[in-house]
Design a protein around this ligand. Structure first.
Ligand code: SF4
Length: 286
């Protein structure tokens, strides 16, 4: 029997404790979901105005590739400029040193752009062309934030770039064959889902007999994973929380991440694509 329970923090606030006494449509534990908005720290700077595009940041992967390429270029150019400025001093230490550093910079640039091209080829062909640690379980995770920071410099709200990055991540994660039993899998959902979305998730969890946890904070999500030791996770979150979560856990176990839509602003009444969610769950089940 699937159950839905709150994050097992040792001393969670009272309104976050799983409440067996609460009514449950599916016979499992049903956490008390508060209806008031409580902003996650990722949204600290939200000004209370409606979100762009009604809180729907679904976009194509192009922004991730574009901004990562720009970021890599900026790093290479800044390094070359630094070497140029320091060259006289470096040459005093060893005549060959500036030249060696220029060559290293050029080598790293070549490696970086070759890597990005291979990630692009993996994305375009739906094939895992790189080992996981050089792709969605390693290097790719380290570039997620670079892309969104560069995007912000060009005036692109980070949620769009994060959505693009998560699309790339998911495509690469999907390309790996990985199957687990239902009891080895977890569904992690945030506290901000609308009633309809929560009911839909519960239906899927019940049909596939997969345990579902409400991860009220990123730290709790990580704690659930530490304690339950799942072999695969389907996680639901907004783009900002998803990028943080993937950065923290996707290097250690297979994760597919489903982003949400936020028609009423952050951290309240979020909706999601339930068909996509079911697809993600089925992907990992034997
Ligand atoms: S997942 Fe929901 S509750 Fe968490 S930060 Fe995003 S919008 Fe807020």
């Amino acid at each position: 029997m699937p159950n839905i329970a709150d994050s097992p923090a040792s001393t969670p606030p009272a309104d976050e404790i799983a409440s067996p006494a609460s009514p449950s449509r599916h016979g499992g534990l049903l956490v008390k979901i508060e209806t008031d908005r409580r902003l996650g720290h990722e949204w600290d700077e939200w000004n209370g105005q409606p979100l762009a595009n009604g809180g729907d940041f679904r976009t194509t992967a192009g922004k991730f590739f574009l901004f990562t390429a720009v970021g890599l270029t900026a790093i290479v150019v800044a390094s070359a400029a630094g070497i140029f400025l320091l060259a006289p001093r470096l040459a005093q230490l060893a005549e060959w040193l500036p030249r060696a550093l220029y060559l290293t910079d050029a080598g790293l640039a070549l490696a970086g752009f070759t890597w990005l091209a291979l990630i692009g080829a993996s994305y375009a062909t739906n094939r895992a062309l790189l080992p996981g640690r050089f792709a969605e379980r390693g290097l790719l995770l380290k570039t997620l934030r670079l892309a969104s920071r560069v995007g912000e410099m060009f005036g692109v709200q980070r949620d769009w770039t994060d959505n693009a990055a998560i699309a790339v991540y998911n495509r690469l994660a999907w390309a790996r064959e990985w199957r687990v039993r239902a009891n080895e899998m977890l569904i992690l959902i945030p506290r901000c889902l609308s009633r309809t979305a929560l009911d839909g998730v519960m239906d899927i969890a019940k049909r596939y007999d997969v345990a579902t946890f409400v991860a009220t904070r990123g730290a709790y999500a990580r704690q659930v994973i530490r304690e339950r030791r799942p072999k695969a996770v389907v996680a639901v979150a907004c783009e900002r929380d998803m990028v943080s979560g993937l950065h923290d856990v996707a290097g250690r176990l297979p994760v597919l991440g489903l982003t949400m839509q936020l028609p009423n602003g952050p951290c309240k009444d979020a909706s999601l694509d339930l068909a996509k969610m079911e697809e993600f769950v089925r992907k990992y089940l034997r």
